[in-house]
Design a protein around this ligand. Structure first.
Ligand SMILES: C[S@@+](CC[C@H](N)C(=O)[O-])C[C@H]1O[C@@H](n2cnc3c(N)ncnc32)[C@H](O)[C@@H]1O
Length: 293
């Protein structure tokens, strides 16, 4: 019987199989390492949100369940900062664009302060009704003036190009009637699908109604659009801008111009306030151990 392969050829095939096996093992190991690293990142992110949620629950007076703080809702890490800031600063007037879990959390802080009013501007009857129901369930409705009106065309200054596929829309200007001396502007709407840079009008629409030391907080600054909006606002209206590297990112605009701006290589472009040792303290949160205080 004739042999299909001589010994040399068999050795060569064996070597090739060994090489393929080694390559496969290397690839499988690299993928497994990457998966492990990704899992650790996800696990740490989840832990941070759980930690914030736990702090938030300790601070809240509400008795019922919070709406799920995933998806469209504001993340726990921002909500706990909002709540702390409001309890620290005790604002008289807050304007919110985009109601939901944040409405409940802000109302709780105002109720604990015993003063202040939240003007919550919402475009959706459906989500507005949900927000009102949660407020009523907690007897917090007296702290909130929830104004639900359909969005309207916006013709003033905007980053959405004039020839954009979707024209610019914004909350009905009548929604802001009678509001003045706004201490905190919290921007979390309208939805991004409204048009490009959908949140841009927030500051132009309210700027004349701001109190001298007003702050503007923009949610979702891990998105480039929200970052661009914050940069334009900071330039156009002379605010200092600081980014917090939170789950979905938070942009904070303040009027004091004493801060040094340092661009770091955080996961998003971060501007750090070097006059404050760490951000939690500046927001009224202190996570340090007693002996470190
Ligand atoms: C980013 S959400 C506002 C979230 C709110 N600040 C909160 O903490 O829950 C912006 C708008 O999206 C709408 N919205 C809320 N939940 C939604 C959902 N699950 N699907 C579609 N739109 C939603 C509401 O009209 C809301 O005002």
């Amino acid at each position: 019987m004739t042999k299909l392969f001589d010994n040399k050829e068999i050795k060569s095939i064996e070597n090739q199989i060994l090489n393929v096996k080694n390559e496969l093992l290397k690839t499988v190991k690299a993928n497994a390492d990457k998966l492990t690293r990704d899992l650790i990142v996800v696990q740490n992110c989840l832990y941070e949100q759980l930690e914030s949620l736990s702090w938030l629950q300790r601070r809240l007076n509400i008795k019922g369940q919070l709406p799920p703080l995933r998806g469209w809702a504001t993340s726990p890490d921002v909500l706990v900062r909002l709540h702390s800031h409001i309890m620290d600063v005790k604002p008289n007037a807050i304007v919110e664009f985009g109601s939901g879990a944040s409405t409940l959390v802000i109302a709780d802080a105002l109720s604990q302060n015993g003063k202040g009013k939240l003007f919550s501007i919402e475009h959706s009857d459906h989500y507005g009704a949900q927000t009102l129901a949660t407020l009523k369930a907690e007897k917090l409705e007296k702290w909130v003036d929830l104004r639900i009106n359909a969005l309207e065309p916006w013709h003033a200054d905007h980053l959405n190009p004039a020839d954009a596929e979707k024209p610019s829309y914004w909350y009905a200007q009548s929604s802001l009637e009678g509001i003045r001396n706004v201490d905190l502007l919290w921007v979390d709407g309208p939805p991004g699908a409204t048009c490009l840079y959908s949140r841009y009008p927030a500051l132009p629409a309210v700027v004349e109604k701001l109190a001298p030391n007003a702050e503007i907080w923009m949610d979702d600054t891990i998105r480039q659009e929200e970052k661009d909006i914050c940069h334009h606002w900071a330039e156009a209206y002379e605010f200092d801008l600081e980014y917090y590297s939170l789950e979905k990112g938070l942009g904070r605009l303040t009027k004091s111009r004493t801060k040094a701006l340092i661009v770091t290589k955080e996961k998003d472009l971060a501007v750090i306030d070097t006059t404050v040792p760490f951000s939690e303290k500046s927001l009224g949160l202190d996570f340090s151990l007693p002996e470190e205080r």
